[in-house]
Write a protein of this length. Structure first.
Length: 403
């Protein structure tokens, strides 16, 4: 595995320490400077420049330059999208003499784009509107600089002054339903979407269990427990929902559109094969399979986007003893959690990468998830990423020790 060597840290480039982001009455202003820092790193005997900035994301696809970007998810009305009213900035061009670090730089096959043009071409980017359970929003992204791969030059932006407002004529992906918000989605929106305000027609949470007919009786205790916690809970067998993935999706769509209390949390009890089957969708696969299994399409019930409108999980089992064990564990953990140890603040991230197929994105996802957990009061988060870590015993010990 290739390794990075950080050689030295160059002084911050900006004269101010951050951008100022203001949002009021569907008007946005972004002013100030990026707090950019440069690092020279060595990989495979070659020197690259890595740019970072506070409160910025600098991830990139394989082979594309990592440009720190200031991004915000901002709520939208039922129609329209953000438009740029003013875009002003000064620039400072510098020749760096070597390439800018790219996505998946450890992949020896990844190469920088050698075009003689300034990238990204758009300094301010506005995403297509998306909808997440009645909450409509878009992402606004501002690049901290532009990079010319052929000339190995960087154009830094400073003295930024950008304003945006709503263009009501942009009607892509309009909000057509009046779905009530729920506790989980309200919490996600409050933490991540600027401008979100909880509407009055909110509801308490709810559960929908979908299972084969011969499993329903084993879920009654779990249903009763969830109802004791205040959740509206329903068990629907495949005889009611239908046996195919499309029939189940249509059942969920009808529940989302028409039930007085639309389901918020949906749990599928069963596997995609074996004696207790609840079907799933198949999506284009990765290097080891033509197709991969995904339940995510079940969650897409509103809008033309990939954001979920319900929370969905699956309990896989191959016999009734496994199902009863899982159900008993859920109830016991929720009724009588063991608070005598610190496992509530410890976690382990498990995944794998495929160096032979230039596939490193699972590691980037796990590292980002680890960072988020540490931000939310977790004290220890381990990574177990194959083939970098291969010890089964080590993984088992971490789990048995509460990670």
């Amino acid at each position: 595995m290739k390794k990075y060597l950080i050689l030295f840290l160059i002084f911050s480039i900006s004269t101010l320490f951050s951008l100022q982001f203001k949002h009021q009455n569907y008007e946005i202003s972004i002013t100030g400077n990026f707090d950019l820092q440069e690092q020279e790193i060595t990989a495979n005997g070659k020197t690259y420049l890595l740019l970072t900035a506070k409160e910025c994301n600098n991830s990139a696809a394989a082979g594309l330059s990592k440009i720190p970007r200031f991004t915000k998810l901002v709520q939208l009305p039922a129609n329209g999208n953000w438009q740029i009213d003013k875009q002003f900035y000064n620039t400072d061009e510098q020749t760096i003499g070597f390439e800018l670090c790219s996505g998946e730089q450890e992949n020896s096959q990844a190469s920088q784009n050698k075009q003689d043009k300034w990238l990204p071409e758009k300094v301010v980017q506005i995403s297509k509107p998306v909808i997440m359970r009645g909450i409509r929003f878009a992402q606004i992204s501002v690049a901290s600089c532009q990079y010319n791969p052929a000339k190995q030059k960087i154009r830094y932006f400073k003295d930024i002054d950008i304003t945006l407002s709503i263009d009501s004529n942009k009607n892509s992906n309009p909000l057509l339903k009046n779905i009530a918000s729920t506790p989980i989605f309200r919490q996600i929106a409050q933490q991540n979407i600027t401008g979100f305000q909880s509407e009055k027609n909110s509801t308490t949470g709810s559960y929908l269990f979908i299972c084969p007919e011969n499993c329903a009786s084993y879920l009654q205790e779990l249903k009763s427990w969830k109802q004791q916690l205040g959740y509206h809970t329903k068990i629907a067998t495949l005889a009611e929902t239908g046996y195919t993935k499309d029939e189940i999706k249509n059942y969920l769509q009808n529940a989302y559109d028409n039930w007085e209390i639309p389901p918020e949390n949906v749990i599928l009890f069963g596997d995609v094969s074996g004696n207790y089957i609840v079907p799933s969708f198949y999506v284009e696969g990765g290097p080891y399979s033509e197709f991969d299994v995904s339940d995510h399409p079940y969650t897409l019930l509103e809008g033309d986007d990939y954001f979920p409108d319900i929370m969905l999980g699956r309990v896989s089992f191959q016999d009734m003893m496994q199902l009863m064990t899982v159900v008993n564990k859920i109830i016991t953990y929720e009724k009588e959690p063991d608070t005598s140890v610190d496992w509530f603040t410890k976690a382990i991230m498990v995944g794998g990468i495929s160096p032979n197929y230039d596939n490193y994105s699972p590691r980037e996802t796990l590292l980002e998830a680890r960072r988020k957990l540490l931000e939310f009061d977790y004290t220890t988060v381990h990574n177990h990423i194959y083939p970098e870590q291969t010890s089964q015993t080590s993984l088992e010990n971490l789990i048995n020790e509460g990670c």
